[in-house]
Design a protein around this ligand. Structure first.
Ligand SMILES: Cc1cc2nc3c(=O)[nH]c(=O)nc-3n(C[C@H](O)[C@H](O)[C@H](O)COP(=O)(O)OP(=O)(O)OC[C@H]3O[C@@H](n4cnc5c(N)ncnc54)[C@H](O)[C@@H]3O)c2cc1C
Length: 409
């Protein structure tokens, strides 16, 4: 049997926020663009708490249409093990994330991109013309395969399909997340993040409010075997216990819980190769402390589309031309390993140490400044000098990196 071979400048794998935005910016730059998505529809199942900051929207030039917004929110409230509450006030939105992802893909289509749903990449091989690398021949499940592309942008999320097919990077370490939609949840329009290790070891529990009293109540934890149990126990032991759990509007059948995994070992060693760039979760771009990844996925997609356009017009799509992609994200994204060591130090603290640290923070953590941070350090070390050896300072600073301007959300 012979197939018609589809050809394009850019083939984007996956229609999450990273893939949608890569397709949008590639098409906008005048590149012939195809986006493929494994699922039969975009955005579902949702695997996200669904929040995005104003800073992210400004940084990405996103003017969100009303239908993708569920709620306007004021920022994050962190609740420590003893109940101490501190705020990181910076405004943003809780989205209807599946509608957001559909909107981005619709924008890409209106700029000329073609989208093929129910198409799953499962093989790719290099093409050479006159001995020169000229792109990839991609194949998989779906009527429109095979597809030939000068450049492939891998936005396949935690699946990291191109890394897997080409043995480009090892599988990342992941954290597991799960949530329920609940009704009539009391809120003052903050996202509540509970750092309560007894329910979410090396993770946290959240209440993310949505419109009409709805909320996502969920958690992430490195103890994968306790993801659902930890969440159910948290709900049973808190004011959430009397609230109704429902399936979210997009979930027609099955268990009401929804979630997924998030890469947490940081950016991959190889985020580009000949005719290939990895964006978003597929590149390991997630924020270290609270694991938000949408802002990073959307921004890395902009960089990848920019470099795709530049490389294709220069006639050089080899790795040496695409190396600039790595320089762009490295210059822009926060220092992952530094923040990660702060996160590890934080999770090595006992509940009591963590709560003491929290009591020394000002009520509003978002504008501490260098003097404020120094004052908090002195206060903590005066009260408990032994905490110096337990890396309390990097632990404390990791909260600063959860802010939107550091791609925290
Ligand atoms: C429980 C949970 C809560 C979260 N909460 C938040 C939050 O509140 N805020 C935030 O910023 N981030 C959050 N995140 C992280 C966020 O969801 C991701 O970082 C973000 O979606 C990454 O976008 P992406 O486009 O890189 O990948 P994804 O959104 O994962 O999209 C990848 C797409 O590729 C498709 N795909 C995979 N393999 C193939 C293939 N072989 N062929 C074709 N298509 C393929 C998938 O079906 C999917 O649609 C959360 C994650 C989880 C699991």
């Amino acid at each position: 049997m012979t197939h018609d071979i589809k050809a394009c400048d850019v083939l984007v794998i996956g229609a999450g926020p990273g893939g949608g935005n890569a397709a949008l910016h590639s098409a906008r730059a005048g590149l012939s663009t195809i986006i493929i998505e494994d699922h039969e529809e975009i955005g579902t199942p949702v695997h996200c708490g669904e929040c995005i900051s104003d800073v992210a929207c400004d940084n990405l030039d996103l003017e969100l249409p009303k239908n993708v917004i569920s709620k306007r929110v004021n920022g994050i409230r962190v609740i420590f093990p003893d109940g101490t509450e501190k705020k990181l006030t910076e405004k943003g939105y809780v989205l209807e994330k599946h509608l957001f992802e559909r909107w981005i893909c619709d924008e890409a289509v209106s700029e000329g991109a073609a989208i093929h749903l129910g198409h799953k990449l499962n093989s790719m091989e290099k093409i050479y013309k006159e001995g020169k690398f000229s792109g990839w021949r991609c194949d998989g499940k779906g009527d429109n395969f095979p597809i030939e592309a000068k450049i492939v942008i891998d936005a396949s999320g935690v699946a990291g399909i191109c890394s897997r097919l080409l043995s480009l990077n090892p599988r990342p370490k992941v954290i597991a997340g799960m949530q329920y939609e609940m009704l009539e949840v009391p809120t003052d329009d903050y996202l509540d993040f509970y750092i309560w290790p007894k329910y979410a070891e090396k993770g946290y529990v959240w209440m993310i409010p949505k419109c009409d009293g709805r909320a996502n109540v969920g958690l992430v934890t490195e103890d994968k075997s306790r993801t659902k149990k930890g969440l159910d126990e948290f709900i049973a032991n808190t004011h959430f216990k009397d609230l109704e759990q429902v399936a979210p509007p997009w979930k027609i059948k099955g268990n009401p819980a929804f979630g997924g995994t998030i890469p947490i070992s940081g950016p991959h060693e190889n985020t580009y190769a000949d005719g290939l760039m990895l964006v978003g979760d597929a590149a390991g771009f997630t924020s270290p402390l609270f694991e938000g990844g949408s802002h990073l996925a959307l921004k890395s997609a902009v960089f990848a589309a920019q470099i795709a356009s530049k490389s294709i017009s220069s006639g050089d799509i080899t790795s040496s031309s695409l190396a600039e992609y790595q320089s762009l994200w490295k210059n822009e994204f926060p220092p992952y390993s530094k923040i990660l060591s702060g996160k590890s130090a934080l999770f090595d603290l006992s509940d009591d140490d963590m709560s003491l640290m929290a009591r020394c923070f000002p009520d509003e953590m978002s504008n501490m400044g260098p003097h404020g941070k120094l004052a908090v350090c002195f206060k903590i070390l005066f009260l408990r000098p032994s905490l110096y050896a337990r890396k309390i300072i990097p632990a404390m600073l990791s909260f600063g990196y959860s802010r939107a301007k550091y791609y925290g959300w």
